[in-house]
Ligand binder design. Structure first.
Ligand code: AMP
Length: 255
C-alpha cells in the first residue's frame, strides 16, 4: 500500500502506471478513519471489482456542525494503516485540510431538498460538507466506481443524486450495513461509548427492526435511555438518529 498526501502525487503516479492507456478501472472508498469491519467490507469490494483500489482517510472538518463531535471523533491512524495493509489495497490518500481546501471552503456544493431533512435538519451544513469533499475526491481520482455504506443511507442517496445531476462518470455503489452479532451497526463513534453505552446501543437497531409504529419505537428508545433526534419513515425505509452518552448513532432499515 502506498500512502499519498496530495493530488499532485496522484497525478504523477497515474502517469507512471499508464492508467489511462491501460484502461485500468479505479475503485474509491472515502472514509474518515477509525476503521472497522463496515469500512473494510467496502474496501474488499473495491479491490475485487477494480484494477486499482484507493481508500481515503480524511476527517472532513466542514461536515461537522458540532465542534465537540469533531474534537472527540476517534483517530486511530496507526491501526487504520495496519488494517488497510492487510486488505491489499493499492493506495491510501491522506490529505490535510489545506490540501483539500485550497479555497478555504469558499466553494461548496449543496442540495436543497432531501439534504435538509433527517440528519440535515439537525446538522446544518453537514451535507454541503459531504457533497463538496466527495466531489473533490471524485475529481482527483476520477474513479469508475465509488463505494458507500447503506448505514448512511441518506448520504448514499444524496451522493448518487449528485453523480447523476452533474453527469459524473463515477458509479456510486451502495454496500450493505455490516453489524455486530447483536445488531449494532459498526460505527467509528461506537469507540466513544463506555461498556454500559455499548450494551445499550444495540437497542437502536432492535427497536427499528421490531416492526412497531414510529410512535412505539420512539417510546421504546426513550425508555432505553436514548435522546432521540428523529425516527422517520420515508418511502419504504425507516431512519433514526439518537444519542446515548452524548454519542450520536444512526441506523436505518427497509420495511
Ligand atoms: P465514515 O468513515 O463514517 O465517513 O464512513 C465511510 C464509509 O463507510 C461510508 O460510506 C459509510 O456509510 C460506510 N460505513 C460506515 N459504517 C458502516 C457499516 N457498519 N456498514 C457498512 N458501511 C459502513
Amino acid at each position: 500500500m502506498k500512502i499519498i498526501n496530495t493530488p499532485a502525487e496522484w497525478l504523477e503516479i497515474e502517469k507512471s502506471i499508464n492508467r489511462k492507456e491501460k484502461h485500468q478501472s479505479i475503485g474509491l472508498v472515502p472514509t474518515m478513519g477509525a476503521l472497522h469491519k463496515g469500512h473494510l467490507s467496502l474496501v474488499e469490494r473495491a479491490i475485487k471489482e477494480n484494477d486499482i483500489s484507493v481508500v481515503s482517510i480524511f476527517l472532513n472538518p466542514v461536515q461537522f456542525n458540532n465542534q465537540n463531535d469533531l474534537k472527540t471523533y476517534p483517530k486511530t491512524w496507526e491501526e487504520d494503516c495496519a488494517l488497510l495493509e492487510k486488505t491489499g489495497v493499492d493506495y491510501l490518500f491522506a490529505p490535510t485540510y489545506d490540501i483539500m481546501y485550497p479555497d478555504d471552503y469558499h466553494y461548496k456544493l449543496s442540495e436543497d431538498s432531501f439534504s435538509k431533512t433527517l440528519c440535515g435538519a439537525s446538522r446544518p451544513g453537514h451535507f454541503d460538507g459531504v457533497l463538496t469533499v466527495v466531489m473533490k475526491l471524485f475529481q482527483i481520482f476520477l474513479p469508475e466506481k465509488a463505494y458507500f455504506g447503506e448505514k448512511d443511507f441518506q448520504q448514499y442517496k444524496l451522493l448518487d443524486g449528485m453523480a447523476k445531476a452533474f453527469f459524473l462518470r463515477t458509479e456510486v455503489i451502495p454496500c450493505p450495513i455490516v453489524r455486530e452479532e447483536n445488531g449494532l451497526a459498526f460505527s467509528s463513534r461506537n469507540k466513544r461509548l463506555s461498556p454500559a453505552g455499548l450494551a445499550k446501543a444495540p437497542c437502536l437497531h432492535k427497536a427499528l427492526a421490531s416492526g412497531k409504529s414510529v410512535d412505539e419505537i420512539k417510546a421504546q428508545l426513550e425508555a432505553d435511555g436514548f435522546m432521540i433526534d428523529y425516527v422517520t419513515e420515508v418511502g419504504n425505509r425507516l431512519y433514526a438518529a439518537a444519542s446515548i452518552e452524548d454519542v450520536r448513532l444512526i441506523d436505518n432499515v427497509e420495511r
